[in-house]
Write a protein that binds this ligand. Structure first.
Ligand SMILES: C[S@@+](CC[C@H](N)C(=O)[O-])C[C@H]1O[C@@H](n2cnc3c(N)ncnc32)[C@H](O)[C@@H]1O
Length: 129
């Protein structure tokens, strides 16, 4: 990773997550979930966000995505990342997605209930140049 420091204009972190957006396909997740697992996952998501951010050139974009509908893994991870990385800003996804999937904060969110799709989340984060 050291060699690739600030090497890329676009980085996608499709993070390991609880999978709570895809329970229709992974019913086992519903029964095997523990609160300790969630704390570990959140730490891993923070670590991976920090590592991925080091690969992005100034002016480049980092997209953080999950297949979870849990705000702890989505909006809250992004908010914590922005506190640790003031060089990053949220870039609204409005130019790239249909308005029905756009959240008030400018993120992508699909809901199994509202959209009859797998639940998923994505945030576009721009590294200041
Ligand atoms: C949501 S999946 C990504 C799927 C991928 N986008 C694809 O289309 O195949 C999350 C991935 O993170 C990997 N992963 C889990 N823990 C990791 C870690 N500590 N560091 C890096 N990757 C990890 C998992 O093996 C899994 O492949």
């Amino acid at each position: 990773m050291e060699n690739n420091h600030e090497a890329y204009e676009k980085v996608l972190l499709d993070a390991p997550c609880s999978g709570l957006g895809v329970l229709s396909k992974r019913a086992d997740l519903r029964w095997n979930r523990k609160s300790e697992d969630m704390e570990e996952l959140k730490s891993l998501q923070d670590e991976l966000l920090d590592a991925a951010s080091m690969l992005v050139k100034p002016g480049g974009v980092l997209v953080y995505s999950t297949c979870s509908i849990d705000p702890e893994e989505n909006e809250e991870r992004v908010a914590a990342f922005l506190l640790r990385h003031p060089e990053y800003n949220v870039d609204s996804a409005e130019r790239y997605i249909s308005p029905e999937f756009l959240t008030e904060q400018g993120y992508y969110f699909s809901s199994p209930v509202k959209h009859s799709l797998d639940g998923a989340f994505a945030a576009r984060l721009i590294c200041r140049s």
